[in-house]
Design a binder for this molecule. Structure first.
Ligand SMILES: [Zn+2]
Length: 218
């Protein structure tokens, strides 16, 4: 099965994708990772993508999709794939559909890991990092034993400027504005399922597996 998993930053999407990929035995494909690897290995895609990334721009959709579709030809993808954080926009979703059609494939399921905005805000703005070694804490999910002090090295904890209120709100705005359109896109194709991401890690994982098994049995 070809499955897309989307969720906002702070929704736990990365963790869940990692667990699902292990349980289902299918690779977990994130376009950002593909670009990094292509750039490291200086492949044709890597060199093309680097031009944009060096300018601080996003790589064009057709380049991203071509790279993703190419990745699907590798033998470990024969049983299916889990897409993480891709597609990001409706334009990418359309190019992806066309790219898959070209190789006789299609997306089976799009799962939206739903977490209420105020909960995301709480999780994201609770992030603190230690000055000495950048150990990461979270006031709601992984608080330090002593407030404001790193458990491991005793150094002071601080917040990055992009983890404070306004920056977090802006990131969430971008996500919600784009994602609503993507949800529509997959809803119209009867591929969308929402999973409650506001539960503990195990419960979310079980819900995801139920949804996937139901869909693959039908
Ligand atoms: Zn530390």
């Amino acid at each position: 099965m070809y499955i897309i998993l989307f969720g906002a930053q702070g929704s736990g999407k990365g963790t869940q994708a990692e667990l699902l990929s292990q349980t289902l035995g299918v690779p977990h494909i994130a376009s950002g990772d593909l670009f990094r690897k292509a750039i490291d290995e200086k492949t044709e895609f890597g060199l093309k993508a680097k031009v944009y990334i060096d300018r601080g721009e996003l790589a064009p959709d057709d380049l991203t999709v071509t790279m993703v579709v190419k990745r699907l030809e590798e033998p470990d993808c024969s049983q299916g794939v889990l897409f993480d954080g891709f597609p990001r926009t409706v334009a990418q979703a359309e190019v992806l559909d066309r790219g898959l059609q070209g190789v006789g494939k299609y997306i089976d399921l799009a799962i939206y890991l739903q977490v209420p905005r105020d909960e995301l805000l709480k999780r994201l703005s609770g992030r603190y990092i230690c000055r000495a070694n950048q150990h990461v804490y979270n006031l709601s999910t992984h608080p330090p034993k002593v407030a404001g002090v790193c458990d491991i090295d005793g150094s002071e904890l601080y917040q990055r400027s992009d983890d404070t209120g306004d920056a977090v709100q802006k990131r969430l705005d971008i996500f919600f504005n784009e994602t609503i359109r993507l949800l529509d896109y997959y809803e119209k194709q009867n591929k969308l399922v929402e999973v409650d991401g506001n539960q503990d890690i195990d419960q979310v994982q079980q819900s995801l597996l139920r949804v996937i098994r139901t869909r693959s049995a039908s």
